[in-house]
Design a protein around this ligand. Structure first.
Ligand code: NAG
Ligand code: NAG
Ligand code: NAG
Ligand code: NAG
Length: 457
């Protein structure tokens, strides 16, 4: 509770309270100024009641505080005027006082020599002096008032300091709130951008060969969730009997072969369909349908979970084999697993996964045979499937998880090095990362999107 009292007669008595427990009105918002009450001594009382900190809208509170400060400023100005006038009056009275004093000594002088004066003149003089007599207490009052006014001025100054301090405090809150709003706006903007970047696949251009390295089969990737400055590349050569992940600080470092770290995973991986998402590597544990989430930061396995009824170990691989039964991927909407089950007759099942627990959030059954799929990748919740891993491959089929419908399509993909063992979309780069027969390649995608005016999310 903040309390500040100004005891001044006949000026204002101010109380500034953190809250006002006795008041009948409990202000919920903003600042309230009560005034004009008189206390027992006839003093004017102004009570300023501040709201409870957590109740009010900060905007309203700071607006009211500004008004209060303005009022105090206005009050200060009035005091200044009063002060000037008082000083002028005071000087006038002082002059009168000295006049009176001079008059009195003259009178005494005359009185002691009264024989030289006319009685009439003397009486006149005495009468005038008597008229001046009441001015003496008035003069004393002026002196008192002048002291009070200077005290009051000091108090106003003190109160202004307190209010400025409060304003600064509230100002800090406002900044915080502003910050929150900016963050919220940023989030909405990002969502909006994501929506705008989402669309239907129209064309695939490239590839650009980034590097030639490793065996015929492997995987390389960046983290679509990493912040824009983080361009780390992860490299996982071969589809079997390996558990070494190489990390590079940037694509340039990757091209130059400047490794920044290596991670020795606790379990071997199967296939080439791993994904790095939000700082973790998700991969299929060798000879199982277990998905492992390995955190690069802690260098530890955070979660392991079996993908229920998913075929593994070349039961339902892509056309090229290589234990590519379970394909993990990420797009604008999150983390996904593409696999096949006996229940779905070996056809592709799409499951959205919780990135933390690896639990299946939702699943869709397609009618596209996993063994007849060359590769698949997800863009904006739609799965695109190529018909082959060899020359002449094209995107042949797509399945929208949004509408649970499929369509056949014919989008060529230039399989420059004849064998494709990995193809994954990266939402941040809007590119397809490919492992093309020992070449690490990138394709660009052209998405067609219809911008709608209504906010359908
Ligand atoms: C302060 O004085 C100005 C000008 O005299 C006036 O417009 C304004 O409303 C006053 N503010 C308050 C809070 O009384
Ligand atoms: C104003 O503040 C000063 C310093 O805090 C203090 O010494 C002084 O007594 C205050 N004046 C009044 C009238 O309260
Ligand atoms: C993809 O597009 C970017 C910019 O639009 C361009 O710089 C890059 O060369 C393209 N890459 C491919 C493989 O076409
Ligand atoms: C990414 O990880 C951070 C913590 O490391 C978490 O707060 C955030 O929600 C994660 N984002 C997604 C999309 O999972």
């Amino acid at each position: 509770m903040r309390a500040l009292f100004v005891v001044l007669k006949p000026l204002c008595f101010l109380a500034l309270l953190g809250y006002c427990p006795s008041a009948t009105i409990r202000p919920k918002e903003g600042w309230q100024v009560y005034s004009s009450a008189q206390d027992a001594d006839g003093r004017c009382i102004c009570t300023v009641v501040a709201p409870e900190q957590n109740l009010c809208s900060r905007d309203a509170r700071s607006r009211q505080l500004r008004q209060l400060l303005e009022k105090i400023q206005n009050m200060s100005q009035s005091i200044e005027v009063l002060n000037l006038r008082t000083q002028r009056d005071f000087q006038y009275v002082m002059k009168m006082e000295s006049q009176m004093k001079g008059l009195r000594s003259k009178f005494r002088q005359i009185e002691s020599n009264r024989r030289t004066l006319l009685t009439k003149n003397f009486q006149e003089l005495k009468g005038k002096m008597n008229e001046l007599q009441p001015l003496i207490p008035v003069l004393e009052q002026y002196k008192t008032d002048a002291t009070l006014i200077s005290q009051f001025k000091e108090e106003i100054r003190n109160l202004s300091l307190v209010l400025t301090a409060i304003q600064e405090e509230i100002g800090a809150y406002d900044y915080e709130e502003l910050q929150q709003r900016v963050l919220g706006l940023e989030g909405r903007l990002r969502n909006c951008m994501n929506k705008l970047t989402c669309g239907k696949l129209m064309k695939i251009t490239g590839p650009t060969t980034v590097k030639t390295s490793g065996t015929r089969f492997g995987a390389w990737m960046t983290d679509p969730q990493a912040d824009p400055k983080n361009n780390k590349v992860w490299y996982m050569d071969s589809y079997t009997n390996n558990k070494i992940v190489r990390e590079y600080k940037s694509v340039n470092d990757f091209v130059a072969g400047v490794e920044s770290r290596t991670y020795n995973l606790p379990f071997h991986w199967a296939g080439t369909n791993h994904v790095v998402y939000n700082g973790s590597l998700y991969y299929n544990k060798y000879q199982s349908n277990i998905i492992v989430r390995y955190s690069f930061e802690s260098g530890r396995v955070m979660t392991q979970r079996a993908l229920e009824s998913a075929g593994f170990h070349n039961v339902y691989p892509y056309t090229w084999g290589g234990f590519s039964d379970i394909d993990l991927m990420a797009d604008e909407l999150g983390l996904w697993a593409i696999y096949a089950t006996n229940q779905n007759a070996g056809n592709i099942v799409i499951s959205q996964l919780d990135p933390l627990t690896i639990q299946v959030l939702n699943s869709w059954n397609t009618e596209y045979s996993k063994r007849n799929a060359g590769e698949s990748f997800m863009i904006c919740g739609t799965l695109y499937i190529t018909n082959s891993h060899l020359t002449g491959a094209k995107v042949y089929y797509s399945y929208s998880t949004k509408t649970s419908t499929y369509e056949y399509m014919d989008i060529p993909i230039h399989n420059q090095y004849f064998h494709m063992s990995m193809l994954d979309y990266n939402a941040r780069d809007r590119a397809l990362y490919g492992w093309n027969n020992g070449h690490q390649v990138l394709f660009n995608v052209t998405l067609f999107h219809i911008i709608k005016t209504d906010d359908e999310s």
